[in-house]
Write a protein that binds this ligand. Structure first.
Ligand SMILES: NC(=O)c1ccc[n+]([C@@H]2O[C@H](COP(=O)([O-])OP(=O)(O)OC[C@H]3O[C@@H](n4cnc5c(N)ncnc54)[C@H](O)[C@@H]3O)[C@@H](O)[C@H]2O)c1
Length: 290
C-alpha cells in the first residue's frame, strides 16, 4: 500500500513505546488511527492530541474485547487498512524450569493469543471489506534466537513469527489484497521491562529475577535508555508497509540472527550464552555494588 493518506490504522499496545510511536507516525501520514490498550488513561491522553485518533480500551487476551475493538474501528472510521498487533509483555528473567505457570499464562495470553484473538476479530472483516490492507505483527529479534533466562518471551516471539508466516501464505492462497509484515526489532527505548505494571491481579505476582538471570535483566535495563527510539521503529514499519516487505528489521543486525542460527544448525553447535556475556554477568554479580 503506497498511499496511506486517509486510511485507517488500528494499533494495539498504543499507550506506550512502539505502539504510541506507530500511532503518531500514522497521524503524520494523514491517517486516522484507533489506539487500543489496556492502559485507558494512556490512550485517552494520546487521543486528546487529535480528533483523528480514537481511543478504545482493549485487552488483547480477551477475544470479546478484540471483537468490540473491531466493531468500534469500523463504526468510527468506516474501514480498517493497517492493523498493528503490537501489544506485548516480557516477564521475569529465570531459567525455564523456574518459570511459574502464571508467568507462562500471562506471556502467552498477551504475546501469542493476543495476536490470534486480533486476527480472528479483524481478518474476516478485512476479507469482506475487499480493499487493500496490511497486517503488521510485532515479534522481536527474540523470534530468531533463544537466550538463557528469557525463554518464555523468546518462545512467544517464535510463535508470532510462525503465525505471521502462516497468515501471509494463507492470505496469498486466497488471493486476498492483504499483505503481512512481521516487525522484528532489537532493543528499543520503551517501558517493556516494566511490563508487569499490566500483569492481571488474577495471576500470582511476578517474583524477582535473581542470580545470573537477575544480572541479565539489570544489564538490559542499563542498555535500554541508549537503545533505538520508538519513532525510528515506527518509520521502519511504515516503510515496510509501503514496500510490502514481510520481514521488517528496524535494526539491520537482527537480519543476521537467522543466518547465524542456520549456521549453528548446519554445524550442530551446542547452544550457549556468548562467552563474553556470560563472563560479564558473573562479573556484575560479584561486583562491589552487590
Ligand atoms: N522495547 C524493545 O526492546 C522491544 C524489542 C523487540 C520487540 N518488542 C515488542 O514491541 C512490542 C511493544 O512493546 P514496547 O517495547 O513498546 O513496550 P511498552 O511496555 O512500552 O508498550 C507495550 C504496551 O502494550 C500494552 N499492553 C500490555 N498488555 C496488554 C493487553 N493485554 N492488551 C492490550 N495492551 C496491552 C501496555 O499497556 C503498553 O502500552 C511488544 O510486542 C514487545 O514485545 C520490544
Amino acid at each position: 500500500m503506497k498511499d496511506l493518506t486517509g486510511r485507517t490504522g488500528v494499533v494495539t499496545g498504543a499507550a506506550s513505546g512502539i505502539g504510541r510511536a506507530l500511532v503518531l507516525r500514522m497521524l503524520a501520514e494523514d491517517m486516522r488511527v484507533v489506539a487500543a490498550d489496556v492502559d485507558k488513561a494512556g490512550i485517552e491522553a494520546l487521543a486528546a492530541e487529535s480528533s483523528d485518533i480514537a481511543a478504545v480500551h482493549c485487552d488483547v487476551t480477551d477475544p470479546s474485547s478484540c471483537e468490540r475493538l473491531a466493531e468500534a474501528a469500523w463504526e468510527r472510521f468506516g474501514g480498517v487498512h493497517v492493523l498493528c498487533n503490537n501489544a506485548g509483555v516480557i516477564g521475569r528473567f529465570a531459567p525455564v524450569w523456574d518459570q511459574d505457570p502464571d508467568d507462562w499464562r500471562w506471556l502467552f495470553s498477551v504475546n501469542v493469543l493476543g495476536v490470534a484473538n486480533m486476527l480472528r476479530a479483524f481478518v474476516p472483516r478485512l476479507l469482506s471489506q475487499g480493499e487493500p490492507a496490511h497486517v503488521v505483527n510485532t515479534a522481536s529479534e527474540a523470534a530468531f534466537t533463544a537466550r538463557a533466562f528469557v525463554g518464555v518471551y523468546h518462545a512467544s516471539k517464535h510463535a508470532v513469527l510462525a503465525i505471521s508466516e502462516t497468515l501471509a501464505q494463507e492470505l496469498e492462497e486466497q488471493g486476498a489484497p492483504i499483505r503481512v509484515s512481521v516487525l522484528c526489532p532489537g532493543g528499543v527505548n520503551t517501558r517493556v521491562l516494566d511490563a508487569a505494571r499490566n500483569r492481571p491481579g488474577s495471576l500470582a505476582p511476578e517474583r524477582e529475577s535473581r542470580g545470573v538471570a537477575g544480572a541479565l535483566r539489570a544489564r538490559y535495563g542499563r542498555q535500554l535508555p541508549d537503545a533505538m527510539a520508538p519513532r525510528d521503529v515506527a518509520g521502519a514499519v511504515i516503510d515496510g508497509i509501503r514496500n510490502e516487505r514481510f520481514y521488517v528489521f528496524s535494526h539491520p543486525e537482527v537480519a543476521q540472527l537467522a543466518a547465524e542460527r542456520a549456521e549453528a544448525v548446519a554445524n550442530d553447535t551446542y547452544p550457549a550464552l556468548p562467552a563474553r556475556l556470560s563472563a560479564a554477568l558473573h562479573r556484575d554479580l560479584s561486583g562491589p555494588s552487590r
